[in-house]
Design a protein around this ligand. Sequence first.
Ligand SMILES: [Zn+2]
Ligand SMILES: [Zn+2]
Length: 231
Amino acid sequence: MHCVWCHMKIIPEVEWHTFFFPEKPRKLCQKCETGLEKIDSIACEMCGRPSTKDEENPTICSDCTRWQQDPSWEDILVFNRSVYHYNPLLQEMITKWKYRGDYHICQSFEEAVEAAFKQYFVKTHPDAILVPIPLSAERLQERAFNQARVLADLLPYQSANALKRIHGEKQAKKTRQERIASVNPFVLEAPIKKNVILIDDIYTTGTTLRHAAKVLKQQGCPKVCSFTLAR
Ligand SMILES: [Zn+2]
Ligand SMILES: [Zn+2]
């Protein structure tokens, strides 16, 4: 076995317990595995913002407070959890994965994605529907796959391609105000009357996810949460 990321040879440890209870073959070497930092301590109950130090109890961060105080965005997206800190290693991995089409890189995330989803959603949202954030048709053609769709496929829930993206993805260059005020890039293809968990690769400002949540809520979806690979 070689590390999916750095291609170093992985030498499996054979001890008495792995001999009798073989573990799943590891996808990453020890070094890359520790380079990816799982989010294990949360500062904001709502958006899942990781805490930098040992904050006593998670509260609601100033960003989420700002969304909640705006009547047109209040309770649109009520809960987000993410798997990893968006550190330079993960940033590089995501870039190679989604822009350069190295689809096998996704194997590096599988186990952690499954475990985090189980931890945060399986008990509390047993019958939600997954909705991956779509790419626009042009972008999908360029990249050949949608990374959010790939993530959704790793999870043990039913998913629906309920959204369509009609505008470009160039949100990054806009200011916060511009992004929020911009036309909603999503249209809903079919209303969903059950709770929804949106799936995406990165939670940055939460604007994209909120735009998606808004069209779902406007057409009768009772509650929208989100789950992302990075935060
Ligand atoms: Zn490695
Ligand atoms: Zn927050």
